[in-house]
Write a protein that binds this ligand. Structure first.
Ligand SMILES: Cc1cc2nc3c(=O)[nH]c(=O)nc-3n(C[C@H](O)[C@H](O)[C@H](O)COP(=O)(O)OP(=O)(O)OC[C@H]3O[C@@H](n4cnc5c(N)ncnc54)[C@H](O)[C@@H]3O)c2cc1C
Length: 281
């Protein structure tokens, strides 16, 4: 049994922010618990307080607005992967959510937790970066911050004490195709050796990558790529320049570097084919 911390369950966003502010850096947010409980069990993390989001209604569900879709901080990866609007309009995000661990993990894990945990291997992060999604940050001074600016390094975000992610806001992209592909060591549940998200619209293209450095990276190019069935050389060069994979127990840096371009190229083809389907519909 886990001991040595105090459990809190605020019932509103305002109460949650006030509590986190009052408790300071010793307090950690608890969403699905699929990362934080594992870290506490292993002894890697010993928060004095856990602030559970489970009682906060405003952090539940998926809201479709005129310009964006907002995924509340309590919304599970399963709910995201199954949501009709996400599946139809944000394919890479639905695909990435469906690759977070097993079904059991997806039934608890959240997108905000995947971002808040700031693992370089997080699956939903490249997909969110490709869409240039934002974190809706609650706290003493509510703000919005691009996920790209929120992530600082391994397990580090620029959230201040007292701040937490109330939702992830994903803007609609008019005509586009997107995809997320993941390379693991096995066909089953595994952390990404490399993950690649691609988004191709009528005016720009993005490739975002996981497990290629201290944090996920995204590269974007403006232009029309409608007749570009394979990864453009300019984007491939940007990808090569951005990644700095490391050797670890799961793969060598050399292997990862070779796989980055391969996976990015495959993600491009899938996204491009989807763009053709949208244009043909
Ligand atoms: C067996 C197993 C397999 C896994 N496989 C994968 C995988 O394939 N791909 C993958 O990406 N991940 C994987 N994970 C990791 C984990 O499931 C995901 O990172 C998940 O999205 C975390 O979400 P959560 O809601 O459970 O976060 P929690 O564990 O509740 O929190 C994680 C961290 O984020 C912070 N946090 C949570 N919510 C917020 C918020 N709203 N605002 C600010 N900070 C917040 C917490 O304080 C904590 O530091 C796996 C985990 C396990 C145990």
């Amino acid at each position: 049994m886990l001991t040595g911390f105090e459990y809190h369950r605020p019932t509103s966003s305002r109460q949650c922010s006030a509590l986190l502010h009052e408790l300071g850096p010793g307090a950690k947010v608890l969403a699905g618990g699929t990362d934080i409980v594992v870290q506490m069990r292993s002894g890697g993390l010993r928060p004095a307080h856990l602030v559970d989001l489970a009682g906060i209604e405003s952090a539940a569900g998926i809201v479709e607005d005129f310009e964006e879709v907002r995924v509340g901080a309590r919304t599970t990866a399963s709910a995201v992967a199954a949501h009709p609007t996400v599946r139809a309009g944000f394919e890479a995000i639905a695909e990435a959510a469906a690759m977070v661990g097993s079904r059991q993990i997806q039934n608890r894990a959240t997108l905000a937790g995947n971002v808040g945990n700031a693992s370089p291997a997080a699956d939903t992060v490249p997909a969110l970066l490709a869409y240039d999604a934002q974190a809706v940050v609650a706290g003493p001074a509510p703000r919005r911050v691009r996920i790209d600016d929120l992530l600082v390094g391994p397990r580090r975000t620029n959230l201040e004490p007292g701040e937490w992610i109330e939702a992830i806001a994903i803007p609609y992209v008019p005509v586009h195709g997107s995809s997320y592909l993941k390379l693991g060591r096995t066909r089953g549940v595994d952390i990404a050796l490399v993950g690649a998200a691609c988004l191709i619209s009528e005016t720009s293209a993005s490739i975002a990558l996981a497990s290629v450095g201290p944090r996920a990276v995204v590269v974007r190019l403006e232009g029309s790529f409608a007749d570009q069935a394979s990864l453009p050389d300019g984007l491939a060069a940007l990808v090569r320049a951005q990644v700095s994979p490391i050797d670890d127990v799961r793969a060598s840096a050399v292997y990862r570097r070779a796989m980055v371009e391969h996976l990015a190229s495959r993600a491009w083809v899938v996204a491009w084919q989807r763009l053709q389907q949208v244009n043909a519909a």
